[in-house]
Ligand binder design. Structure first.
Ligand code: 3PG
Length: 212
């Protein structure tokens, strides 16, 4: 039985373009973001993917990306489950600030820790560990059982809510996680074993990889 899980970070948002910390704010996709979402759909079509289930967050940039992908696959009527468990990490007091300005104010290292470390929260916001605590139980309860039934499943979400899942799926250490970047609109296809470990994955932004 084939058990397939596809994760996609939303296409470029208006606040990605302006280089602002976004978190739970709800900007729309830019034109480029729309194109990236359509391109994600095209790439998935070229891989022969047909979805049986789809999940996304409560934020517009992910929902639109999800819908554009499904449209491209000719699956615009597939039911989509929306849940805030898949929302972006809450960036707290950094929300709305420019990322370069933040580096000037607090220094490269501190901002890198807030953005990419596992357990250092930005002021008033969620660390990645907090995001894992929100996202992973939802994944295990609602999404994984669907994948294990053999349903090809799409999850369209956000850089950090997906990094929270990827850390577990790819068994990354906090140090490896620091370097794990997700590109907007780039699908990652996981082949999942019956015991819910990962058999292999293919990042359509890069080259094929195997689980270690
Ligand atoms: O919320 C945001 O600002 C972005 O979607 C992700 O930002 P990051 O790459 O700074 O974590």
């Amino acid at each position: 039985m084939q058990r397939r899980l596809v994760l996609v970070r939303h296409g470029q948002s208006e606040w990605n373009l302006k280089n602002l910390f976004t978190g739970w704010k709800d900007p729309d996709l830019t034109e480029r973001g729309v194109e990236e979402a359509i391109e994600a759909g095209r790439r998935l079509k070229a891989e022969g993917i047909v979805f049986d289930a789809a999940f996304t967050s409560k934020l517009k940039r992910a929902q639109r990306t999800n819908q554009l992908i499904l449209n491209e696959l000719g699956q615009r009527t597939l039911p989509v489950v929306e849940d805030e468990a898949l929302n972006e990490r809450d960036y707290g007091e950094l929300t709305g600030l420019n990322k370069d300005e933040a580096r000037k104010t607090w220094g490269e290292q501190k901002v890198l820790m807030w953005r990419r470390s596992y357990d250092v929260p930005p002021p008033g916001g969620e660390s990645l560990r907090d995001t894992v605590a929100r996202t992973l139980p939802y994944f295990v309860r609602e999404i994984l059982p669907v994948v294990l039934q053999g349903k090809t499943t799409l999850v369209t979400a956000h850089g950090n809510s997906l990094r929270a899942l990827i850390m577990t799926l790819e068994r990354l250490t906090p140090d490896e996680l620091l370097r794990r970047e997700l590109f907007t609109g780039a699908p990652i296809i996981y082949e999942v074993n019956a015991d819910s470990t990962i058999e292999s994955w293919k990042d359509l932004a890069g080259s094929p990889a195997a689980a270690s």
